[in-house]
Design a protein around this ligand. Structure first.
Ligand code: NAD
Length: 499
C-alpha cells in the first residue's frame, strides 16, 4: 500500500496498511473496529488507506469529548475564540501546497481545483474571524425604565456530516463559524475521502484550539444514524445527496434537533441567442467539467432558448480542450464512472444526440484511474432520466425551448433548486430569470454562482432541507440561539446604604 506521505499524524501503519484514526479529546485515537473500507486514489485506482467503521463506544467517546469541552469553550469570550481562526488561517496559507496535494490524492481532482478548496477554506476562516463584529446584541428601551435585549448563545454540540466531492472546503462551511460562535463540533468525513480532515484536526490543534472542541469520527450509514439519534448532539448539518439529506433531516428533527441538510442538484443554464459566444462557451465548459462535474453547482442542463447553435458548436470545441488526467480530474470511483457512462448510453438509446462523447477514456500512465471525458448531449427531452436526475459527472445535456417561459417551466419542474444561470446581454431577460427561476443561487453570465463570503450558500426545493443557509451571515442564526431579556430599572431610591 502506498504511504500517504503528507500525513505524519492521524494514520497508523499496521501490517503495511495505512489505517485512518479518529480524533477526540484533542488526540488521534485508534479504532478497535475490525471493519474497514478502502480509501482509493481515483486517478490511479490504488488503495492508499483504510478507514474504520467506528464503533458505538468510539462515537460515545467523541461526543463526550465535545460535550465536556463545550462547558469552557462556550464561556470563552468570542474575541478569544476568533483569535484561534486568525492563527488557523495563516496555517492554511502556509501549508496550502501540501493540503492541496492531499485533496488531489484522495479525491482525484486536479491540483488547481484542490488549491481552490483551500483558498475557499481561508476565505471561510476569514469570515469567521469577522463574526465578533457581526453579532453585537440588540438593546432598546421599550417603555420608561424598561429595556429589552437580545444575546446570542451557542447551541451545544454540532455534528457536521460531509460528502466526498470537497474533502476540505465543505467541512470548512461549518467548522469556523460554528466554533467561533461557541459550539463544539463532531465531523463525520466521507468514508471515500477521510484524509484531509486529519490535517484539519492537526492544524486546529496547532492554532491553539482546546482539546475536545473539534472531533472526528469515521464511518458511514450506521454512525450517521447514531449521531442523528444521540441526545447529546444538539444540531446536525449535512451535505450530500438528496436521498440521504432527507433521511438525516427526518431522523434529526424527529429527535427534536436543529437540522440543516443540503442535498443534490440539477443546475439549469439558460442560453439566449444574444449571449457572448466566447464568454458563454468557455464559462459553461468550465462549469460542467471543473472537478470532473462533481460539484453541486456544476452546469448540468442547458436550456437553449431559440437559435443558439453557434454557442453550442463553440462549447463543443471548448470541452474538447480538457485533457483527462491533466486538466480534467478523475471521478471518485469505478462505480461513479459506470453510473455516468450508463446515463450517456441510455440517453443515446432514447434518441438524444451525443455531440462530444467522454465514454471509454484511457489515460496513459493512469490506466486504472476513473476518468470520464467531457460529454455534450443535444436534443434531450425534458422527461428523460439524464435531464431530471443528478448525473454528477462532466456531462451536460441540451434541452431545446422555444421561448423563456417554456424554458422556465422546464427548470421549475426539476425536483432540485440549487443554482440556475442565464447567459445574455439583455438586462431585462437576465432580471426575468433572476426573479422567476426556482433556485437558491442565480448566476448572470456566471456558470458556478457560488456566493462569496459574507453572502450565504444554500439552494431551494430538494437541494436543501431546513431554514437558513449553511455559510455567511445566515449561518449565524443556525449556530446560535437567542436569549431575550427584559429588564426593569427601578428609579434610584433615597436609601442610605450606610445606615
Ligand atoms: P452521500 O449522500 O452519499 O454521502 C454524504 C454523507 O452521508 C457521507 O458522509 C456518507 O458517509 C453519509 N451517508 C451515506 N449514505 C448514508 C445513509 N444511508 N444514511 C446516513 N448517512 C449516509 O453523498 P456523496 O456521494 O458523498 O456526495 C455527493 C452528493 O453531495 C451529490 O448529490 C452532491 O450534489 C451533493 N452535494 C451537495 C452540496 C450542496 O451544497 N447542496 C455540496 C456538495 C455536495
Amino acid at each position: 500500500m502506498k504511504i500517504v506521505s503528507s500525513l505524519p499524524f492521524g494514520i497508523e501503519n499496521i501490517n503495511s496498511e495505512n489505517i485512518v484514526q479518529n480524533f477526540y479529546d484533542g488526540n488521534f485515537q485508534s479504532s478497535v473496529s475490525k471493519e474497514h473500507l478502502n480509501v482509493i486514489n481515483p486517478s490511479l485506482g490504488e488503495v492508499i488507506a483504510k478507514v474504520p467503521l467506528s464503533t458505538t463506544t468510539e462515537l460515545e467517546s467523541a461526543i463526550k469529548s465535545a460535550k465536556i469541552a463545550f462547558k469552557n469553550w462556550s464561556q470563552t469570550p468570542i474575541k478569544e475564540r476568533a483569535q484561534i481562526f486568525y492563527k488557523y488561517k495563516t496555517l492554511l496559507e502556509k501549508n496550502i501546497t501540501e493540503l492541496s496535494n492531499l485533496i488531489q490524492e484522495e479525491n482525484g481532482k486536479i491540483f488547481s481545483e484542490a488549491k481552490a478548496e483551500i483558498e475557499k477554506a481561508i476565505e471561510l476562516s476569514e469570515f469567521a474571524c469577522s463574526i465578533p463584529q457581526l453579532i453585537t446584541g440588540e438593546i432598546l428601551e421599550v417603555s420608561k425604565g424598561v429595556e429589552c435585549r437580545i444575546d446570542k448563545f451557542p447551541i451545544g454540540v454540532v455534528a457536521s456530516i460531509v460528502p466526498f466531492n470537497f474533502p476540505s472546503m465543505v467541512p470548512h462551511w461549518t467548522i469556523p463559524n460554528s466554533l467561533v460562535l461557541g459550539n463544539t463540533i463532531l465531523v463525520k468525513p466521507s468514508q471515500q475521502v477521510p484524509l484531509s480532515s486529519l490535517r484539519i484536526a492537526e492544524l486546529l490543534k496547532e492554532s491553539g484550539l482546546p482539546d475536545g472542541v473539534f472531533n472526528i469520527i469515521h464511518g458511514t450509514e450506521k454512525i450517521v444514524d447514531l449521531i442523528c439519534n444521540h441526545s447529546d448532539i444538539d444540531a446536525v448539518t449535512f451535505v450530500g445527496s438528496t436521498r440521504v439529506a432527507k433521511i438525516v433531516y427526518q431522523k434529526s428533527t424527529q429527535k427534536l434537533k436543529r437540522a440543516l441538510c443540503l442535498g443534490g442538484a440539477k443546475n439549469h443554464l439558460f442560453v439566449m441567442p444574444d449571449a457572448n459566444i466566447e464568454m458563454a462557451s468557455t464559462n459553461i465548459a468550465l462549469s460542467m467539467s471543473g472537478c470532473a462535474g462533481q460539484r453541486c453547482m456544476a452546469a448540468s442542463a442547458i436550456v437553449a432558448v431559440g437559435q443558439v447553435d453557434k454557442i453550442i458548436n463553440q462549447l463543443c470545441e471548448e470541452v474538447k480542450k480538457f485533457i483527462p488526467g491533466k486538466t480534467l480530474g478523475a471521478v471518485i470511483s469505478e462505480e461513479a464512472k459506470t453510473r455516468i457512462e450508463k446515463y450517456i448510453t441510455e440517453a443515446e438509446k432514447n434518441g438524444a444526440k451525443i455531440l462530444v462523447d467522454g465514454r471509454n477514456v484511457k489515460v496513459n500512465g493512469k490506466e486504472n484511474g476513473y476518468f470520464v471525458g467531457p460529454t455534450v448531449i443535444d436534443f434531450v427531452k425534458p422527461e428523460m432520466k439524464i435531464a431530471t436526475e443528478e448525473v454528477f459527472g462532466p456531462v451536460i445535456v441540451i434541452i431545446r425551448a422555444k421561448n423563456i417561459d417554456e424554458g422556465l417551466s422546464i427548470q421549475k419542474k426539476s425536483e432540485y433548486g440549487n443554482a440556475a444561470s442565464v447567459y445574455t446581454q439583455d438586462g431585462a431577460v437576465a432580471n426575468y430569470i433572476m426573479q422567476n427561476a426556482s433556485a437558491g443561487m442565480i448566476g448572470v453570465n456566471i456558470g458556478v454562482p457560488v456566493p462569496r463570503e459574507p453572502f450565504s450558500f444554500g439552494g431551494w426545493n430538494s437541494s436543501k432541507f431546513g431554514v437558513g443557509d449553511i455559510t455567511g451571515k445566515s449561518s449565524i442564526e443556525f449556530f446560535t440561539k437567542l436569549k431575550k431579556t427584559t429588564i426593569k430599572w427601578n428609579p434610584i431610591q433615597n436609601s442610605n446604604w450606610m445606615s
